[in-house]
Design a protein around this ligand. Structure first.
Ligand SMILES: [Zn+2]
Length: 173
């Protein structure tokens, strides 16, 4: 179970990294997965990925708290500090939970909006849906095509929302 969970975390890290810099993202994660801190130059040397792409991916991952730098003394007489990157696979699960909570919050807000309003539409394809206030401001004429606006039933949409909210709550339990 522990191994499987780690594996899922790797996959998600690979997915995020590759959505930033393409297939190289997978290479980047596979290299850093061993937990050894590396400078951008070392990563570039070991993977052949462009340094600018490595920085881009690591900065975004660090904004998500999924990567960070450690400072290491470079050594030598004029030794300087080097910044080395590590990935935080152990934080992936917390990250997923946090994202799911955000989605759940948005779904619930959407539900409140759907429940708190009566909606109007002309019924023509591509035309928008209006709230009661919007429809009244338009004298119940569609802004786009000029046709008469009629009340519409959003109960099917609310059913779908309810299902999504329940699903999301189940994964967060
Ligand atoms: Zn219309």
């Amino acid at each position: 179970m522990y191994l499987r969970r780690l594996d899922k975390s790797s996959k998600l890290l690979e997915f995020i990294a590759s959505s930033i810099i393409g297939r190289d993202g997978v290479k980047l994660v596979k290299l850093l997965e061993d937990g050894v801190p590396r400078t951008v130059e070392e990563i570039a040397f070991q993977t052949g990925i462009r340094a600018s792409d490595i920085r881009k991916a690591l900065y975004i991952l660090s904004n998500l708290a999924l990567a960070s730098t450690v400072r290491e003394y470079g050594g030598g007489q004029y030794g300087v500090y080097q910044y080395k990157w590590i990935l935080h696979k152990e934080r992936v699960e917390g990250f997923i939970t946090q994202e799911r909570r955000k989605i759940l919050k948005r779904l619930k807000e959407r539900m409140e909006f759907e429940e708190g309003n009566q909606f109007y539409a002309c019924g023509n394809e591509g035309c928008p849906r209006y709230t009661f206030d919007e429809a009244m401001d338009l004298n119940f004429r569609c802004e786009r095509c000029g046709a008469m606006l009629k009340p519409i039933d959003n109960s099917r949409f609310k059913e779908i929302l309810t299902k999504k909210i329940e699903e999301m709550e189940r994964t967060l339990r």
